[in-house]
Each structure stands twice: as C-alpha cells, then as structure tokens.
Write a protein that binds this ligand. Sequence first.
Ligand SMILES: C[S@@+](CC[C@H](N)C(=O)[O-])C[C@H]1O[C@@H](n2cnc3c(N)ncnc32)[C@H](O)[C@@H]1O
Length: 312
Amino acid sequence: MDTFLQDVLSGLNATPKTLQSKYFYDEAGDILFQKIMSSPEYYLTNCEMEIFTTQTQALAKAIKNGFDSFDLVELGAGDASKSVYLIKELSKQDVNFTYMPIDISSHVIKLLEENLPKQVQHLQIKGLKGEYFEMLEKATQISSKRKAVLFMGANIGNMPASEAITFCKKLRGLLNKEDLLLIGFDLKKHPKIIRQAYHDANGYTRDFNLNLLKRINKELGANFNIDAFEHYPSYDPATGSCKSYLISLKKQSIIIANTTINFHEHEYIAMEISQKYDLEETENMARQADFKPVKHFFDEKKWFVDSIWECI
Ligand SMILES: C[S@@+](CC[C@H](N)C(=O)[O-])C[C@H]1O[C@@H](n2cnc3c(N)ncnc32)[C@H](O)[C@@H]1O
C-alpha cells in the first residue's frame, strides 16, 4: 500500500484522530506556506530573516568553522528564502561548497534547482527529494566531505519535545565529529503573539490545514467535504505547545479507499504541533543528543534563535 494512504488510514483510525503535518506540502501547500510566511502575524520568518540578513558574515564564519570545503545540507529547505543569504555570502567568499537541499516536496526541489543557480552564480546544487534522514544518508553516500547541516524555520518544533530529542540523537548518529548543525527554535514569548501567528487574519493557516483534506480527496480519492471542518488553533503556555486541529462540524462519514471513517460532531483531527522552547531547554536537548551548543544567533526581540551545535 502507498505510504501516504497507509499513514492517512492509520492516523484517522487512531484515537484521537491525527494526520501527519509533513503531508501538508503538496504544490498548493507549498504556495499556502509561502503566504503564511509573508503574513504579518507569522513573526517566525521575519525574526529568522533578520538573523540571516543582519548577521550573515558571522553565520558564514560559524558554518565554515575553519573549513573551506564542505557540503551545506539543508533539512526541509522550503523556498530557501532565508538560507540564500548565507549561500550568497559563502559563494562571495569563494568557499568550495555544494548546497544540498533536502525536502519531501518534489515541487520545492524542482524550484530550488531551477531558481537558485540564477540567484547565485556558479552555485553547485544537488537537490534531494525525500525524508530527512533517508536523504541525509544519501548525501553522505554522494560525498564524503564535511557536512554543515541547516535545520531552520523551527521545523524541529513540528514534533513533540520527546520526539525532538530522539530526532536530534538520530541526526547526530548520521554526522561525524567535524560536522555541525545550525538549528532554529521559536522561543517562548507572550502567548497571545504565538497564538496569533497560527490564526492569521487572511486565513492562510486555516487553508493550509484544510488543504491536506483536499490533497487526500485528490490523491487518495476520498470524499471530505471541506466546509464540514473548521480550523482551531490553540497555544498552552504551560507546555509551550501550539497545536492546530480540524474540528468536524457534524456527525459524518468519510470514505477513503473503501474504508469508512466516522466522525462525531465536534470530534477533532490533530494536525500539527509547533513546540516553543526556552534557551535552556534547547541547550539541554543539544547535550542529550551529544551536541555542544557553541553559539546563539538571536533576532533583536529575542523571539527566535538559530543555534550552532558542534558534534562531540
Ligand atoms: C515549515 S517549512 C520550513 C521551510 C524552511 N526550512 C524555512 O525555514 O522557511 C517545512 C519544510 O520542510 C519540509 N518537510 C516537512 N517534513 C519533512 C520530512 N519529514 N522530510 C523532508 N522534508 C520535510 C516541507 O516540505 C517544507 O518545505
């Protein structure tokens, strides 16, 4: 059975019902995510953009860490609109590097391979379409050079804290001593600001969530009535977890590949988590996964951090 179908059926047959947020990113999802990133409420992009545009040289120095030849691997690269500043700076400094964006979306990889060489002359680029770890392993098979890995946009927040530690341990297991990681975290702040980021006035986050139901209809032949579900975002300052749900507005049955999924009125589908951290929690995570946090790059408001973790 197709993995997408298998994941959708096991998620919707579970209690509570869940869908994996990595499936948000089909072509329509990629476009909606770009709209989210340009929303005034979605401060995460502006904060990380500020870091990448105002501290570019310091970032390049930290990434090079004394090496002039390496592979720059980006996990979940998206449109690379922030990392491109670092890529341009490394290129300006005549660093010998290959940019290896990894993304589950084939649309993203195709666009990056087409567009980035137009923006950065002589860029060596090797796009890798697939899951983070499978593609990172492939990157290490393609080239044995030192790896500098970018994991930006608070993607690490899209897993619960316990899974994030397991993820970092697994990532560390695929890296060597001289490799390093730049990892972006969204930091805890006023709960109202966090909740608003996932509840934008234009409804792009709502559409982004509902788009996954449309994708299931299109690719798996299901019959979700999109109007019968409502997006509900929540933020709990006690746990630092921001969660998005889709609420069934009535009792209804959906058919996916001959399987009937029943919904009660007001039953939810857990769609996405965006975990927020304080700095100490991020440093503990680094140490538990055998990394040493060596430098933090903050935006002016200290709402976001890109940290450099060395392998120990
Ligand atoms: C929240 S966006 C962030 C994009 C970019 N890092 C940024 O900071 O703007 C997440 C990106 O990761 C990709 N992605 C999500 N889960 C993935 C997975 N398991 N393996 C590979 N890519 C994944 C998505 O397709 C999407 O482009």
